[in-house]
Design a protein around this ligand. Sequence first.
Ligand SMILES: [Fe+2]
Ligand SMILES: [Fe+2]
Length: 215
Amino acid sequence: MVSFRESQTAKNILLSYSAETQARTRYDFYATQAKDDGFIQIGKLFTETAEQEYEHALRFFKFFNGGKLSISGTFPAGVIEDTHSNLLQSAELELYVHDELYAVFAKTAEEEGFARAADTFHAINVAEKSHEIMFTELADNLVTGRVFKRDTVVTWKLRMGSRFGCALTNPHLKAPGCTYSARCSNVFSPAMPVSILLPRRYWKPCNVTRLSDGQ
Ligand SMILES: [Fe+2]
Ligand SMILES: [Fe+2]
């Protein structure tokens, strides 16, 4: 069995570390752009995804114990565009990462006998798949006018640490006890489906159950 330092898996992990650190920084750029474009909740989702990429980078980095290793890779060379374009570009890159990078890297790690590395690639690949789905849905929401409005009643999550949300088609229509006015609806986002991708500590469903629209 080849030593880890001389394996293809070691190079793949360092390449993955590079990809994760760049994704983390890029999503921070896109978060700022989303807020500039008026999409606060999309900006926060970019920021939260950036935090997850940081954790992925950390997991890869911890495979090494010093020294240097040469790798070669291809990475995005810009540009920061409008939020819709940034979402599409992010979804495309996540698809590439989980289909063409980590899936292959996991197989290589298994073939070289590095089970922990293979497990790590498989585990992180689940997150990358969920990122792709989320970015695709958010881009679609922008095109179809679903960022702040839904055809059916859904629970809206208040993204400012409050304990309540509103079960409405549109957070402009306030639920009882909601102290946020219509002009603040940008701080809401639909609880489903993207909330299931977020850490539980950010997700506090309200006690208001399925109110009729407009109540
Ligand atoms: Fe990642
Ligand atoms: Fe990702």
